[in-house]
Design a protein around this ligand. Sequence first.
Ligand SMILES: NC(=O)c1ccc[n+]([C@@H]2O[C@H](COP(=O)([O-])OP(=O)(O)OC[C@H]3O[C@@H](n4cnc5c(N)ncnc54)[C@H](OP(=O)(O)O)[C@@H]3O)[C@@H](O)[C@H]2O)c1
Length: 245
Amino acid sequence: MAEINFSSVLVTGANRGIGLELVKQLLGRPKPPQWVFATCRDPKGAGAQGCLAPIKRGPVVLFPAESTDEGSIKAAAQVAEAHLAGKGLTLLINNAGIMPPSTLDSMTQEDMLSVYHVNVVGPMEVTKAFLPMLMAAAQQSTEKGLSSSRAAVINISSIGGSIGNPPSFRMFPVIAYRCSKAALNMLTRCQALEYKARGILCAAIHPGWVKTDLGTDKPKALRLEQVLACSKGQAIHRSLWEAGS
Ligand SMILES: NC(=O)c1ccc[n+]([C@@H]2O[C@H](COP(=O)([O-])OP(=O)(O)OC[C@H]3O[C@@H](n4cnc5c(N)ncnc54)[C@H](OP(=O)(O)O)[C@@H]3O)[C@@H](O)[C@H]2O)c1
């Protein structure tokens, strides 16, 4: 894989699971980013403090962002902007997400809308709020073309939202989650089409089955390179759409 360099990264839902692991691996890189912004709903809570305390020594800034609260997202953008001081945000990883149980029989309007709010509206609002910083990074970069080393939005999606290649329905009957991830894929497609001209790569990825509160019991290591491997140029779009996501 070509070397990826980014000077600043923001990860949502960074207090546990995949988000926390991404932050750890970003900080553990031989050349860590200058800024790693880690957002979560309750940075002062015991969970966030316990998980993030060991990595606080690095260039990590932890602050709140609630995906369903526009004011909270705007406030988060202001915190990042103050630290970046005009330098721009290289990489935004929209990771926060939920997967409550929901079957076709049990699901209510509220269930569907609340999952959609976190998994689709959240990434849409977060990306809008950080767009000026992503554009600044794209403009200031010496990189040509689209690249996560220049400016990128990575939406953490799921194969569960795939229309062309869906996992077995019986194995994975979380209807609201699956619909929300299909919508996130289309949001990503629209973002990619719109932001390409501004030098921003937009991609949705399935991280694989990872052992987290949301994920499977089967242990599997997550590598940052896996998540970002396909963040170079247009290849991501090809592989994603070929996979049917
Ligand atoms: N694990 C897998 O196998 C797998 C597979 C495919 C895709 N994914 C995707 O990967 C992403 C991360 O999943 P995970 O497995 O790491 O799940 P997780 O361990 O349950 O972590 C979810 C994260 O999202 C945050 N979050 C939930 N609701 C939020 C809200 N309203 N506003 C802000 N943050 C919120 C949680 O914060 P709190 O602690 O405050 O709840 C937590 O930090 C999700 O988008 C998921 O769909 C995971």
